[in-house]
Write a protein that binds this ligand. Structure first.
Ligand SMILES: Cc1cc2nc3c(=O)[nH]c(=O)nc-3n(C[C@H](O)[C@H](O)[C@H](O)COP(=O)(O)O)c2cc1C
Length: 498
């Protein structure tokens, strides 16, 4: 099967993109795609490669991977199977249409956030999806109904040896609710047979709430569609809470794309799905009988999750797909899972209204549990106060590090060096003994509950117990006393042959 970028005529060098394929072609043209003809997942080769790429190339810089053929359960299957499409931070810039792509990955993330910020001046933008004809919808190129359905023929991977089985772990599950409207959420789906998958919305996710509400209303089942390989912005909305409960992820994706998401009606329900996706799995989630076992699965904190005795599942009624469809596998807890800049930019905007002096915010996915904020500190106690607001509002924020505005929250080295040089553990620390936390955090003795810590790594004022005067930083002295030094280096950058 030919998956070369050259096949995709007129691919824009930067986004937004209508399809995953266009985005991958652009990623490849910028040098961020690794093509591998064959990979043996019966030996967990793809997973070990994912770890090794992150070890050697870095979490935010490791390239996307495209495997042309994959060995699964003793059989060589045609792919491609895509991994880490949203890994390198350049993907954020490409996905949101930053014009100039460079190897400065932190600058690329910041540029994507600025672009998104500029789209949100009057709130989160929305453009309703645009229904298109079935005949021009790539996701309808092939259709299987009823007894013809067999999802085992697609190369879904078993990612980790202790996982409960093969998983569709990059599917956007679409459910429509009488009260809340449409929800699009990425929930892992365990492959249970040719026409059955598990559906795993964690408790209190929007999809979970809709299913539980339908069950309470006495409904016997809920129709759903699982979308594999939607465009990057639809997937980003599906994988984050940029859309609140009752808000339509597809309309918000349209807003960020600057043009509507093309949608088409399912074969066996009225659900509208992104028409340029790779694969659509349609079905019904029963609510009137027993739930089923699901998992375990290697989860986002990098540890094996708990096996669930009772979880939702879906009986499949139809599969539609592009010809030679692309499968995407997420190396959960190893590599980045989606374009996170809209989540970061909108969270930052929201928290700026709540936290006095907040400058920037980062929720790193390579160390789940941390949240870093920078503030323009004007008064004693502002660091701990800011940290408390963030810790109190974000369940993922178990360790909140507060830094001064001159520290780059996107740069771990800067942040850690601020902790090492500006933080005094006493009195610059606040421990919150017990609040609600992330259910997947393996350190919690009671799942869903956690203690939290706020580390105030801002320069401490004397009245906070800090030194009488804080010495200037060496870099600041260089910038102040010899401002032309950096200009000199910038001007000669190409000459150095770096
Ligand atoms: C690759 C990937 C897999 C995910 N798997 C799950 C999952 O199995 N269950 C879950 O509740 N959330 C999962 N998430 C996180 C949710 O997609 C995210 O919390 C999203 O906001 C859920 O949609 P909702 O807000 O509409 O409920 C996953 C995210 C990604 C990127």
């Amino acid at each position: 099967m030919d998956t070369k970028a050259s096949d995709l005529a007129n691919v824009a060098s930067t986004g937004p993109y209508d399809s995953l394929r266009e985005f991958i072609a652009a990623l490849e043209s910028h040098g961020y795609l690794l093509r591998i003809p064959k990979i043996n997942q019966d030996k967990y080769e793809a997973t070990a490669l994912a770890y090794s790429l992150v070890d050697r190339k870095g979490y935010n810089t490791a390239p996307a991977m495209l495997f042309e053929r994959v060995k699964v359960d003793g059989e060589w299957m045609d792919g491609p199977v895509l991994g880490n499409p949203y890994g390198p931070w350049q993907a954020e810039a490409l996905g949101f249409g930053v014009e100039t792509i460079t190897d400065d990955y932190i600058a690329m993330y910041r540029a994507a956030m600025e672009k998104i910020d500029s789209m949100c001046t009057r709130g989160i933008p929305k453009i309703d999806p645009n229904p298109i004809e079935r005949a021009v919808s790539p996701c309808k190129e092939n259709v299987q109904l009823g007894d013809d359905v067999d999802i085992l023929k697609f190369p879904w991977l078993k990612t980790n040896p202790a996982d409960g089985g093969r998983y569709i772990n990059c599917g956007s599950v679409i459910i429509e609710d009488a009260e809340l409207g449409r929800n699009v959420g990425t929930y892992r789906c365990q492959v249970k047979g040719p026409n059955k998958i598990g559906i795993n919305p964690e408790p209190f996710q929007h999809g979970w709430t809709m299913l539980m509400n339908a069950k309470k209303r006495g409904e016997e089942s809920v129709k759903a569609a699982v979308v594999i390989g939607a465009d990057p912005i639809v997937f980003a909305m599906s994988s984050s809470k940029v859309a609140g409960a009752g808000q339509d992820e597809l309309a918000i994706a349209g807003g960020f794309r600057g043009k509507a998401v093309d949608v088409v009606k399912c074969e066996t329900s009225d659900i509208l799905v992104p028409a340029h996706a790779e694969i659509i799995i349609e079905g019904e989630i029963p609510l009137d009988g027993d739930f089923e076992e699901e998992g375990p699965f290697g989860e986002m904190y990098g540890y094996l999750g708990l096996k669930k005795d009772e979880n939702f599942f879906m009986n499949i009624t139809a599969v539609t797909h592009r010809t030679n469809p692309w499968v995407i596998n997420n190396y959960t807890g190893v590599m980045r899972g989606f374009l996170t800049s809209p989540m970061s930019a909108t969270a930052q905007k929201r928290f700026k209204m709540m936290v006095p002096g907040l400058q920037a915010m980062h929720i790193p996915t390579d160390a789940t549990g941390y949240t870093i904020i920078s503030i323009d500190k004007k008064q004693a106690g502002a660091g701990i106060a800011a940290g408390q607001i963030v810790a109190g509002s974000l369940s993922i924020a178990k360790v909140v590090i507060v830094v001064d505005k001159d520290v780059d929250v996107l740069n771990w080295t800067d942040v850690m060096s601020a902790v090492g040089s500006r933080w005094q553990p006493h009195p610059g620390t606040l421990i919150v003994p017990q609040v609600t936390g992330m259910r997947l955090d393996p350190s919690a003795p009671v799942r869903g509950m956690t203690s939290k810590v706020i580390i105030d790594a801002t320069r401490q004022f004397p009245e906070e117990g800090g030194p009488d005067s804080f010495p200037p930083a060496n870099r600041t002295l260089l910038e102040d006393m010899c401002p032309e030094a950096f200009e000199l280096v910038d001007g000669k950058w190409d000459e150095y042959g770096i």
